[in-house]
Structure formats: structure tokens, C-alpha cells
Ligand binder design. Structure first.
Ligand code: HEC
Ligand code: HEC
Ligand code: HEC
Ligand code: HEC
Ligand code: HEC
Length: 469
């Protein structure tokens, strides 16, 4: 078969159609054009002089707060059993136990001589960083239990102010009032309650779901993407999608009212033994399968040796933010395309398949680097001081993020010629696949065994058999 030697991509953004043909760089070409659109939507910063952790970026330690002001999630369980059990299996509960987080953080402190300090903990266990419970290189076995609860109940419900939409720029209320969405909370003997407008809009989420490193490189931009999204234009909030409403009790014995799920389903799954793993997996799968669709166009009949273009239209069906979003440097969404000659059973073309390590065959494959020139992958590349690939946010001087904007469609074309020996019929299988980590990142943080826990979720799939005349 003739190797795919030209590639075009159509981007249907604001009715502008971009096309690109190249001889040797189909992926670069695709990345370039998708990139142009995204870079114009995203803010990509790059400053080479700034120190790693300028003083004004060091998270504020709040000396007016004491550990005793904060209760464990366990203390809330007896009166808020649903909220507690849902939260317990969520990534918010996992955030400070996550072995990848812990290991990455350790490497970051070592590499920067502890300059990273509270940078990671300020979001992954926000109360801990305010109380100075987590000096650089802390061990989970030596810190109060509250630290391990990550974004615990009070991590959100004691937030009195969101100062800016990045890097956990929040304050906690030392008086111990619990804030929430209810303007008429029933009294209880355990805590004072008060309505706070942060629980009616996305401000609370904005503080942690925009991550900007000390060189102003935008590492995560979920809230930024959301701000200009169709969902935001219609007045929707993060909670409308991530905290669905049901009728029930906000607290045991309380009145029936509209309450909110606390599963916080996204794309991530615990890689260690953790509450509710199967339920979270099923919810993630359902969310991801609702999040995108593919539509494939191919010639309806063909002959051996013919030109056979495959156009795959991939649509982000989420109105709320890009796909993927968040920790895009760790996420992978890609197209797997396979052509099989059913007459011989032979696979005659493949892209988006995995090497023996489970990695995609882009330049990060150790076994077949650049072995899949046509690979279409949505992810984030972080770039170091002299243009080289880097893999951790503290090393990044620049980012190149290739994702699909809300409700947008991209349409890469696999242009190719069928082999002269084709018997037929021709089977075409296309899948849109997702996973939370590539195995090579787990090897980079020295946790290669966790790769066995990774699960690929097929977001959409399409197959057809084409007669060969
Ligand atoms: C990531 C932030 C976050 C965490 C962590 C969190 N909550 Fe909430 N919680 C919210 C938001 C936001 C709402 C309001 C949602 C809305 O009104 O759209 C809410 C609502 C509530 C309510 C009011 C009733 C309802 O469901 O609307 C209760 C009670 C509550 N949470 C208890 C808890 C408990 C107990 C925990 C820990 C086990 C917890 N929350 C963890 C953000 C959080
Ligand atoms: C002794 C029982 C009890 C305990 C323990 C308890 N709560 Fe509550 N909480 C209630 C009741 C009752 C309400 C009011 C429910 C209603 O009006 O529907 C409430 C309301 C809330 C609200 C809504 C406040 C508002 O105005 O929107 C939040 C949030 C909340 N609790 C969080 C927590 C958290 C976090 C903990 C643990 C630190 C906790 N609660 C522990 C009984 C309790
Ligand atoms: C219109 C519905 C909708 C809204 C609004 C929305 N989301 Fe999402 N979110 C989704 C869907 C669907 C997914 C799964 C697909 C994906 O990853 O984008 C998701 C995924 C995520 C993820 C995981 C992203 C990844 O790929 O790793 C995070 C984190 C997240 N959302 C946070 C937020 C926050 C914070 C807000 C508000 C600023 C928000 N979402 C608003 C629907 C929504
Ligand atoms: C104090 C910081 C903080 C706040 C406030 C916060 N989050 Fe998060 N959130 C995180 C962190 C950190 C993670 C990732 C934890 C992990 O996977 O290790 C996360 C994970 C998530 C995920 C799961 C993403 C995935 O890929 O599975 C969703 C969904 C989410 N948050 C939604 C929200 C929403 C909605 C709000 C506002 C109501 C909110 N968060 C407020 C820090 C925060
Ligand atoms: C501004 C808040 C913030 C800061 C600072 C931050 N994170 Fe996160 N982190 C998040 C959120 C939010 C997510 C979830 C995004 C998603 O699911 O797509 C996340 C996700 C992650 C994940 C992926 C979780 C998983 O297991 O899949 C890792 C690993 C991680 N962070 C490590 C770090 C490290 C290491 C640092 C410090 C160098 C750091 N984070 C700093 C907010 C933050």
C-alpha cells in the first residue's frame, strides 16, 4: 500500500474552512491548523526570564486559621450520608492520595530545590496548604488525616472568597460557618449554615480549574474555555453538568428539596484501590460516550489500487469546554483507523494502534518512535526552554494544546491508495478513543506498574464493509 502522503483537514470554525496538504508532515499540518484556532482561543504564555516561583505567586498561608477550624468529611457523614458517599469515590477525594500526583510532586520539589513548595498542594489539598501542614517532601503517613482528604467538604464549603480564577486563589472563613446554596437551611446542632453566591455560579470551580505555572504558561484552562463557551452564554454553570440535581434530603431529617450529586464525574479514575471504582468507571464511560461523536465518509465501492479517502468528522458535543480539557498534557484522545482485507483477513492499514508498551506510536513511543505518521491525537505538548519536549508543568516554558472547542467539528482526512493485491470486501473500523494517561508518563514518574490499571474508553465507533469490484 502506498503510504498516506497527503493529508487535509477541514475546520469548521466560524464558517472558515481551512485546508492543508503536505507531503511529509500530515500530523504537524493537522496540529498546526487545529493549533491556530486553539491558540487564538487559548492564552499561551511564554516568558523565559521569570524565576520558577516568584514571591507574589507563592500561595498565601493564612495564620488566622487553625486545624481545629476544619472538620473531616467523616464528621459530615452522619447527617449528609449521600453527599459523603458520593464525594468519597470522587476525584476530589482522590486528589491527595493519587500516586501519580504524589510522585510528580516529589520529583518537582527535588528538581526545583523545593521552590515548587505549596504550588501543587494548594489545589490538591487546599486547606493543608493554608495551614502549612504540607512542607515540601511531606509524607502522607506523617500528616493529619484532613490533608489526605484532598478537596474535602470544607475545602469547598468553607470558602468565603474566590479572589481570582486561578491557582486556588481562595480564602477560608475562620469562623466555621458552612456555606452552601440554600437560602433557608434548617438549623442543626453541628454547624452554622449560610447561603453564599459562589454556590450558584462557577466561581468556586474557577479557582482550581485554571492552572497557570510560575512562567504564566496555561497548563489547565477548563474555566477559561468555559467562560467563552456556548454553555456559559446560555447561563449554564459547571454544576449543571457535573452536579446533577435530584429530589431528596440535603440532610437526614431535613425537608425534601432539590439536591446535587457529588460524584464530580469527569474522565479520571483512581489507579489505586478506592471507593466506588466500578461505579465511577461506568459514569465516566457514560459521560465520555455522550461527549463526542464521529461521522465517517468513504467511497461506497472501490477497486484494488484505487484512491480511497476516509474523512472522519469528530464533533465535541459538550457545550461547556474543550475536549479533552483540564490536565490535557496527561490525557489522550485519538482516532484508531483499521482497514482489513476480508478476503485474506489481513490488516492493510492501521493508525492509532498501540506498541507493546501500550503507547501510541508518536515520538514518545520507545519501541516504534514516529511509527504512526498519520496519528490524530488530541492532547497537550509542553515545551522546555530550548523547544524540547518536557513532561511536567514546572518545566514548561510554552504549551501547544490541541483540543476541540465546544460544539466544534474537525474533519481529518486519511488520503490513501489501496494495495493492488486487495481481494475484498474491505472492512473499515474507526474508533474515537480516550484514556487518562499514556503509559510512558507513568514510566517517567517511575510508576510503570500502574499502566495495568489504565482503561481505554471508546467514545464512539463506526464500521462498514465496502464491496471491492
Ligand atoms: C468541589 C467542591 C465541593 C465539595 C468538595 C463538596 N461540595 Fe457540597 N456542594 C458544592 C456545590 C457547588 C453545591 C451547590 C450546587 C448547586 O447548587 O448547583 C453543593 C451543595 C451541597 C449541599 C446542599 C444540598 C445540595 O445538594 O445542593 C450540601 C448539604 C453539601 N453540598 C454537602 C457536602 C458534603 C457533606 C461534602 C463532603 C462529603 C461536600 N458537600 C463536598 C460543592 C462541593
Ligand atoms: C448534626 C447533623 C449535621 C452535621 C454533622 C453536618 N450537617 Fe450540614 N446540615 C445539616 C442540616 C440539618 C442542614 C440543613 C438541611 C436543609 O435545610 O435541608 C445542613 C446544611 C448543610 C449545607 C447547606 C448550607 C446552605 O445554607 O446551603 C452544607 C453545605 C452542609 N450542611 C455541609 C456540611 C458539612 C461540610 C459538614 C461536615 C463538616 C456538615 N454539614 C455536618 C446537618 C448537619
Ligand atoms: C455542558 C456541560 C458541561 C459544562 C457546563 C461543564 N462541563 Fe466539564 N465536562 C463535561 C463533559 C461531557 C466532560 C467529558 C468530556 C471532556 O473531557 O471534555 C467533561 C469533563 C470535565 C473534566 C475532565 C476533563 C478532561 O478531559 O480531563 C473536568 C476537569 C471538568 N469537566 C470540569 C468542568 C468545570 C470546572 C466546568 C465549569 C468551569 C465544567 N466542567 C463545565 C460537560 C460539561
Ligand atoms: C480547591 C480546588 C478545587 C475546587 C474549588 C474545585 N476543584 Fe474540581 N478538582 C480539583 C482537583 C485537584 C481535581 C483532580 C484530582 C485528581 O484527579 O487527582 C479535580 C477534579 C475534578 C473533576 C474530575 C475530573 C476528571 O477528570 O475526572 C471534576 C468533574 C471537577 N473537579 C469539577 C469541579 C467543579 C464542578 C467544581 C466547582 C463546584 C470544582 N471542581 C471545584 C480541584 C478543585
Ligand atoms: C490550580 C489548581 C492546580 C494546581 C496548582 C495543580 N493542579 Fe493538578 N490538577 C488540578 C485539576 C483541576 C486537575 C483535574 C483536571 C482533569 O481532570 O482534567 C488536576 C489533575 C492532576 C493530575 C491528573 C490526575 C490523575 O491522576 O489523572 C495530576 C497527576 C496532577 N494534577 C498533578 C499536579 C502536580 C504535580 C502539580 C504541581 C506541579 C499540580 N497538579 C498542580 C488542579 C491543580
Amino acid at each position: 500500500m502506498k503510504r498516506i502522503e497527503s493529508f487535509k483537514i477541514e475546520l469548521n470554525v466560524s464558517n472558515v474552512l481551512l485546508r492543508c496538504k503536505t507531503v511529509d508532515g500530515p500530523i504537524l499540518c493537522a496540529l498546526f491548523f487545529i493549533g491556530i484556532v486553539l491558540i487564538s482561543l487559548t492564552f499561551a504564555g511564554c516568558e523565559h526570564q521569570k524565576p520558577l516561583s516568584p514571591a507574589d505567586e507563592t500561595p498565601q498561608i493564612d495564620t488566622t486559621l487553625e486545624l481545629a477550624d476544619f472538620k473531616s468529611a467523616q464528621d459530615c457523614a452522619q447527617c449528609h450520608p449521600n453527599h459523603f458517599s458520593e464525594w468519597s469515590g470522587s476525584m476530589h477525594a482522590y486528589a491527595a492520595l493519587d500516586p501519580v500526583f504524589l510522585q510528580m510532586q516529589k520529583m518537582g520539589q527535588q528538581e526545583t530545590g523545593n521552590e515548587l513548595d505549596q504550588f501543587c498542594v494548594q489545589c490538591h489539598s487546599p486547606i493543608a496548604s493554608k495551614l502549612e501542614l504540607t512542607p515540601p517532601n511531606y509524607e502522607n503517613s506523617a500528616v493529619p488525616k484532613l490533608v489526605l482528604e484532598g478537596i474535602s467538604c470544607m475545602g469547598c464549603h468553607a470558602v468565603s472568597e474566590v479572589k481570582s480564577a486561578k491557582n486556588a486563589d481562595i480564602s477560608y472563613n475562620p469562623a466555621g460557618v458552612i456555606y452552601g446554596p440554600l437560602s433557608d437551611p434548617a438549623a442543626n446542632g453541628f454547624h452554622e449554615s449560610a447561603y453564599h453566591p459562589n454556590f450558584d455560579n462557577s466561581d468556586l470551580c474557577s479557582a482550581c480549574h485554571n492552572v497557570i505555572n510560575a512562567r504564566d504558561v496555561v497548563i489547565e484552562n477548563t474555566f477559561g474555555e468555559f467562560e467563552t463557551s456556548p454553555a456559559a452564554a446560555q447561563g449554564q454553570q459547571c454544576m449543571d453538568c457535573h452536579m446533577p440535581v435530584y429530589r431528596g434530603q440535603a440532610a437526614t431529617g431535613g425537608p425534601e428539596r432539590d439536591v446535587h450529586r457529588h460524584y464530580f464525574v469527569g474522565v479520571d479514575l483512581a489507579l489505586i484501590d478506592f471507593p466506588d471504582r466500578d461505579r465511577q468507571f461506568n459514569m465516566v464511560k457514560e459521560l465520555l460516550r455522550s461527549a463526542a461523536s464521529i461521522a465517517v465518509e468513504v467511497p461506497q465501492s472501490t477497486r484494488a489500487g484505487d484512491y480511497f479517502p476516509i474523512t472522519v468528522r469528530v464533533t465535541n458535543q459538550t457545550a461547556g469546554h474543550n475536549l479533552p480539557s483540564g490536565a490535557t498534557a496527561d490525557r489522550q484522545m485519538w482516532l484508531a483507523v483499521t482497514l482489513t482485507d476480508k478476503g485474506t483477513g489481513e490488516i492493510i492499514y492501521q493508525s492509532g494502534h498501540l506498541d507493546a508498551n501500550g503507547d501510541l506510536m508518536d515520538r514518545h513511543s520507545e519501541i516504534r518512535p514516529n511509527g504512526d505518521k498519520d496519528l490524530i491525537l488530541w492532547s497537550q505538548q509542553m515545551v522546555g526552554t530550548s523547544g524540547e519536549d518536557v513532561f511536567f508543568s514546572w518545566q514548561a516554558y510554552e504549551e501547544r494544546t490541541v483540543t476541540i472547542a465546544p460544539l466544534q467539528t474537525v474533519a481529518p482526512v486519511y488520503d490513501q491508495f489501496l494495495p493492488a493485491s486487495l481481494v475484498g470486501p474491505l472492512q473499515i473500523d474507526v474508533k474515537l478513543r480516550f484514556r487518562m494517561f499514556p503509559p510512558f508518563i507513568l514510566r517517567k514518574v517511575d510508576l510503570p506498574d500502574l499502566a495495568q490499571q489504565l482503561r481505554i474508553i471508546d467514545m464512539d465507533e463506526w464500521s462498514q464493509e465496502i464491496p471491492v469490484n
